[in-house]
Design a protein around this ligand. Structure first.
Ligand code: ATP
Ligand code: ZN
Ligand code: MG
Length: 500
């Protein structure tokens, strides 16, 4: 890696009188400062320096050991101190004239990178010309905020080939194979029977009384078999998620293609909206182009992962050790994802229903709780739903989100996916998951334990559409063919809505 940085230091007064002292500094001490900590022969070098009235020009070249911008920041204080003491001269501003970074690579990077004006690839070198200069976006505060380092991290991330987005998948457990007496598409069959109908939005369904009762039965099972015995308390998590929450949870790293964005009106003044209202009255069409100008930038999006919103409740708090582990759940609303196009059944929808469990405590408590949940889930799938299912150890969501595969270096942390087979197309679908998130959330939201020990957390999302897809595709729609224990939970089939 090679850095070349050209800067102008704007001084508060003419520095010609300080010339000798500056020469002395830049020829000697400065070089020691900007090589400190680097292996011998490495670090940064000042390759050009001159003083002209109230401007010092510097060109710094470096390798990766003391990056040129770090070298510059290292020089600032000692320089200010020698000029301030004797000559009462201060550094007003640092103007970055040019900044180029060269990275060895076997292949180019073809993305548009923020703060990079030009990116080229030649003879095994990627050359980044940062957007410096008077009209550039990279200034002093960007250097101080470590923007160049993040640019390099991003380039390196893009160069490491993960084989597309290939994710880790390792079978942990598999139920005994079953023979099924149903082999149809559950969505189509439920539509035929009038249990469900398509909503107006893509990937949206309207659930009739029968399907709703099925969902409520799943909820009842989770309540009676998991939540009550393990002592989880119900909460209501917000379902509109502002950016701040996703910045803290880590979802801001990559969730963009899949979220439904939320834009508020620029003002709620009725006069401001009169044009839209009048337009609709006359044309009977929604004037989307006019609306587009009258709404503000997105403030965030609709609930995507359900648990991030919970953490606002604990943000910047310290928890009494004897209150741990904390165990809560939410089933208060929908989750929304902009899924891939094409027709899917209810197993992949843009608006779905999920019970989300969240727990937190010491590492041991968090892992122990995960095992208890796994045991309860196994009991449900084996003894109540009687489905064919399996469990796999997968790339944790927070690494998938950030574009990294493999397993977290936090031992014990990770995600278990639960999958069930749909006999009609022989596909396995993920029906729920369970993650131990280590300190991902507690650090993100600055939550601490009274006893200073690391605070871990876990979460588990039970997707009702996915349970329904698995259950119906394996057992069919006729309650007579359903497992005994499930029938008890289900009770009587509600009367559906008949149409002519
Ligand atoms: P998939 O790989 O099937 O898209 P995912 O990895 O995106 O699943 P997670 O982000 O782990 O799913 O979400 C947790 C749970 O939320 C899933 O196990 C599933 O039950 C439910 N879920 C996620 N996306 C959908 C969807 N589009 N439709 C219905 N349920 C969903
Ligand atoms: Zn979660
Ligand atoms: Mg998905």
């Amino acid at each position: 890696m090679k850095f070349n940085l050209e800067v102008y230091l704007n001084l508060s007064a003419d520095a010609n009188l300080a010339q000798n002292v500056l020469n002395e500094f830049f020829n000697n001490e400065a070089n020691i400062i900007i090589q400190k900590g680097a292996p011998a022969g490495h670090g940064a070098k000042i390759i050009e320096y001159n003083v002209n009235k109230n401007i010092i020009k510097l060109v710094i070249e470096s390798d990766q050991y003391v990056r040129a911008h770090d070298a510059l920041l290292r020089l600032r204080k000692p320089l200010a101190s020698i000029m301030g003491k004797e000559f009462k001269i201060g550094i007003r501003q640092i103007n970055i004239e040019k900044f180029t970074i060269e990275i060895e690579s076997e292949k180019p990077v073809n993305n548009k990178i923020p703060y990079v004006k030009n990116i080229s690839f030649k003879d095994g070198i990627i050359k980044l010309e940062l957007d410096a200069g008077t009209s550039g976006t990279l200034g002093q505060s960007e250097l101080e905020n470590r923007i160049p380092d993040r640019i390099i991290n991003l380039i390196e991330e893009k160069l490491e080939d993960y084989g597309g987005k290939s994710e880790h998948w390792e079978l942990l457990w598999e139920s005994a194979p079953k023979s099924f007496n149903f082999d149809k598409d559950p969505t189509k069959e439920m539509m035929k029977e009038g249990w469900i109908k398509r909503g107006y939005n893509r990937g949206q369904w309207i659930y009739g009384p029968e399907a709703t009762h099925l969902f409520r039965t799943f909820e009842k099972i989770v309540l009676k078999e998991v939540i009550e015995p393990l002592g989880y308390s119900e909460m209501i998590f917000p379902k509109l998620v502002p950016w701040e929450v996703w910045m803290k949870s880590g979802h801001a790293q990559g969730v963009y293609p899949e979220i439904y964005y939320v834009c508020p009106p620029k003002t709620r003044d009725p006069e401001y909206w009169e044009e839209v209202i009048d337009h609709y009255k006359v044309s009977q069409e929604i004037p989307l182009e006019i609306i587009k100008d009258k709404i503000d930038l997105p403030i965030g999006g609709m609930c995507y992962a359900q648990c991030p919103s919970f953490w606002g409740f604990l943000n910047k708090t310290t928890l009494p050790t004897d209150e741990l582990p904390i165990k809560v759940f939410d089933r208060s609303g929908t989750s929304h994802r902009y899924e891939s196009g094409g027709i899917h059944g209810i197993e992949r929808v843009d608006e779905f229903h999920r019970i989300e469990l969240v727990w937190l405590g010491s590492k041991e408590q968090t892992l122990e709780q995960a095992e208890k949940l796994k045991a309860r889930y196994k009991f449900i799938f084996e003894e109540i739903l009687e489905i064919q299912w399996r469990k796999a150890w997968v790339t944790p969501w927070f690494m998938a989100q950030e574009g990294k595969s493999g397993l977290a270096d936090m031992e014990g942390a990770g995600t278990v996916d639960y999958e069930a087979i749909m006999p009609y197309n022989d596909n396995w679908i993920e029906i729920q998951n369970l993650s131990v998130n280590a300190e991902k959330y507690t650090k993100g939201f600055n939550v601490k334990s009274q006893n200073q020990e690391p605070l871990w957390s876990g979460c588990s999302g039970v997707g009702l559409e996915r349970w329904a897809s698995a259950f119906i595709s394996q057992h069919g729609l006729n309650p007579e063919n359903w497992p005994e224990k499930f029938k008890k939970y289900f009770g009587e089939m509600p009367k559906g809505i008949q149409t002519l």
